[in-house]
Design a protein around this ligand. Structure first.
Ligand code: CP
Ligand code: NVA
Length: 310
């Protein structure tokens, strides 16, 4: 049975640590692992736009000795309605892993259920777990290693119902962090995700807080993260969202409340003047470019780890 990575809690705390350690090591030794030497192919499929995910998986799979087969689903038979299950049955005979950015989590689950090679979530409406691995790796690298993560206070301010918020809940709880989500009414993460994060936190020494008060979220935080107010697929609600999130901006005042030297994360793309000010994202405390670079190292580590489990 192939191991898949569909959501953050598909890795146990020990497994997440292993992948993060490998990501930090791979930053300094980029060509140390060649699991796809051959080259074997990895399908990287996009139902939504992407810059970082497309480039980091493409470059990363090449660096692992493989061939990145990048597919825009609209131009494939998937775009004409071929089923996910039939697509999976064909792909597993030709490629060594499948990486997919899509809409519903159920579509990714269906791919994994019908695919004998690892399936990796490259973002769904519900989760963005590869991004969280990169974020944790970047924070760890800046703080001297993966063991520095447990016990950190992690604040996310913005859309609490989106993929980033839900993945931070699971991924940061897995890392033993105290994760706090500050979000307006009407934008709460799924109750099932919060409950799962609480369950994980009980085993890792972390904790979970969801609040409608930005200062409660950010006060004393070691890491402050945000994300676009309008995610892919939410464009029709743009005006209502900008009104709802107006007080949930990561700006100097919010950062003042955080711990001195708190690190600022944003998965990008960013909208300066909306969810984050230019001063903050372009300021000294921002590690967003290292965070983006870690998409490469973290996904290479994840793919290497997943194929080693087979
Ligand atoms: N952060 C992220 O996933 O970026 P892209 O949408 O550009 O892939
Ligand atoms: N929440 C954003 C993340 C983009 C990388 C979206 O889904 O559009």
């Amino acid at each position: 049975m192939a191991r898949h990575f569909l959501r953050d809690d598909d890795l146990t705390p020990a497994e997440q640590r292993e992948v993060l350690e490998m990501a930090l090591a791979m930053r300094h030794d980029r060509f140390s692992h060649r699991p796809f030497a051959g080259p074997q192919s990895v399908a990287v499929i996009f139902d939504k736009h992407s810059t970082r995910t497309r480039v980091s998986f493409s470059a990363g799979i090449s660096e692992l000795g493989g061939f990145p087969l990048v597919i825009d689903s609209a131009s494939s038979q998937m775009g004409r309605g071929e089923s996910v299950a039939d697509t999976a049955r064909v792909l597993e005979r030709m490629v060594s892993a499948v990486v997919w950015r899509t809409f519903g989590q159920d579509r990714l689950e269906e791919m994994a259920a019908n695919c004998g090679v690892p399936v990796v979530n490259a973002l769904t409406d519900s989760f963005h777990p590869c991004q969280i691995l990169a974020d944790l790796a970047a924070v760890a690298d800046e703080r001297g290693g993966v063991s520095a993560l447990a016990g950190l206070d992690f604040a996310y301010v913005g859309d609490g119902a989106n993929n980033m918020a839900q993945s931070y809940l699971l991924g940061c709880a897995t890392a033993g962090m105290h994760v706090r989500i500050g979000t307006p009414e009407g934008y709460l993460p799924g109750a099932d995700v919060v409950a799962r994060a609480e369950e994980i936190a009980q085993t890792t020494g972390g904790s979970v807080t969801v609040t409608h008060d930005v200062s409660t979220a950010v006060q004393g935080a070691d890491v402050v993260a945000t994300d676009a107010w309008v995610s892919m697929g939410d464009e029709g609600e743009a005006e209502a969202r900008e009104r709802a999130f107006i007080d949930f901006q990561v700006n100097d005042a919010a950062l003042e409340l955080a711990a001195p030297g708190a690190q600022v994360l944003h998965c990008l793309p960013a909208y300066r003047g909306k969810e984050i000010t230019a001063d903050v994202i372009d300021g000294d405390q921002s590690i967003v470019w290292l965070e983006a670079e870690y998409r490469l190292h973290a996904q290479k580590a994840l793919l290497t780890w997943l194929v080693e489990q087979a």
